[in-house]
Design a protein. Structure first.
Length: 393
């Protein structure tokens, strides 16, 4: 009962924060929000509590372990025995597999399997979330194709999408993660929390956007089937392999830069104030950590890691989590893990705006203008997903 009351408190606070920036509160449709809450609670119970759900999550985890094993063979060929010796773990064990998984996604896309899946699941979701088909398709395609690649699927209609709808698409891209890097997450945190977060984030995104950006889209044209239609199989494969490598290198560069910068800022703050920058951020996020169900004993440490994710990215935060995981309770570790699985951070503003700007400069500028609101909304999504997880961990 205490967990339920705590969850309801979190729900009220998160919804109130979303209402503060709502475009049109009068357009909010409570029926669909209630439907989404019930659906997300059911998903959370299934994947984090039921025996069959945990077994399914275990199977998915083993599947990705197998993929990481195959990816390791390519890594071993190029880098010799370094991977087996545990050297350069982040680069070899976490980032290099992105190249292989990206290639697999490209193959499924080329064979028209993914467009069909996106259409089927997107159509079903549109019945539950009360949104237009474009938003529902976009939620699924973002999950499968990735934060940047996803917008190529809509290049034919991108220039005609109103700013209000474009916010929804960009916010979805920042609130979820790409399947191409799921294996990387699973190498750092428990697979069951990664799998649960994938689906929880999708429904949390619909809930938060139903408050911040209510209303139904009338744009129905979907051009997913045209993606890569003029390419041969090997042209497509080469493109996705290089795209995966590019993503890995971008993450690598950001890790080097952000971790070095955080270390420098921590040292400066410690010298001036006696507390590191991350410690001070921990105090700022402490109430939010407690709000989503993280035990008070873990909340300060968790708050610091939550803040690290926001100002840096989820990879940096997961690396920080690995350092302190042994000192946290299983409940705190699980809830925090779910919170970390998303692209909700400041760097994502540039990534999403840049991807759209490359296809349509004017629309890219539109996205840049509501960048702060994107981070705000996507962070609320992460908080809501973590709160749902707290019901069943």
């Amino acid at each position: 009962m205490a967990a339920i009351l705590h969850f309801l408190l979190a729900l009220v606070v998160i919804f109130a924060l979303a209402l503060l920036v709502s475009h049109d509160p009068k357009q909010i449709r409570l029926r669909f929000i209630i439907q989404l809450i019930v659906a997300e609670a059911a998903l959370g119970w299934f994947f984090l509590h039921s025996a069959s759900g945990l077994a399914l999550v275990g199977s998915v985890g083993h599947f990705f372990e197998s993929l990481l094993g195959f990816a390791a063979q390519g890594t071993e060929f190029v880098f010799g025995g370094m991977h087996k010796q545990g050297l350069a773990f982040i680069f070899l064990g976490v980032l290099c597999p992105i190249v292989f998984i990206s290639a697999l996604i490209g193959i499924l896309q080329h064979w028209r399997i993914l467009p069909l899946l996106i259409r089927l699941v997107g159509t079903l979701l549109s019945k539950v979330n009360g949104m237009g088909k474009l938003e529902s398709f976009n939620a699924v395609s973002t999950l499968i194709l990735g934060q940047s690649e996803n917008f190529i699927a809509y290049k034919g209609i991108l220039g005609d999408i109103p700013a209000k709808r474009l916010y929804t698409m960009a916010a979805t891209a920042m609130s979820t993660v790409s399947l191409s890097i799921v294996g990387a997450y699973m190498s750092m945190i428990d697979a069951k929390y990664v799998v649960a977060a994938l689906l929880l984030n999708m429904f949390s995104t619909f809930i938060i956007l139903s408050i911040i950006n209510p209303g139904k889209d009338t744009t129905q044209e979907i051009v997913l089937d045209k993606l890569h239609e003029d390419q041969s199989f090997f042209e497509m494969l080469g493109e996705y392999i290089l795209a995966g490598f590019k993503v890995a290198m971008i993450i690598l560069a950001m890790l080097i830069g952000f971790i070095a910068l955080i270390a420098a800022v921590n040292a400066l703050f410690a010298a001036l104030f006696g507390y590191s920058f991350q410690q001070l951020l921990g105090y700022l996020f402490y109430p939010f950590a407690w709000l989503i169900g993280i035990p008070a004993a873990d909340a300060l440490q968790a708050g610091s890691i939550m803040a690290t994710k926001l100002v840096a990215n989820e990879f940096v935060a997961m690396i920080e989590l690995q350092k302190v995981a042994m000192n946290m309770s299983p409940r705190g570790l699980g809830i925090l893990s779910v919170f970390l699985v998303s692209f909700a951070n400041f760097a994502s503003i540039g990534i999403v705006a840049g991807a759209i700007k490359g296809l349509n400069e004017q629309q890219g500028n539109v996205v840049s203008r509501f960048g702060w609101k994107l981070v705000y909304g996507s962070t609320l999504v992460s908080l809501l997903s973590a709160a749902f997880a707290g019901l069943f961990i």
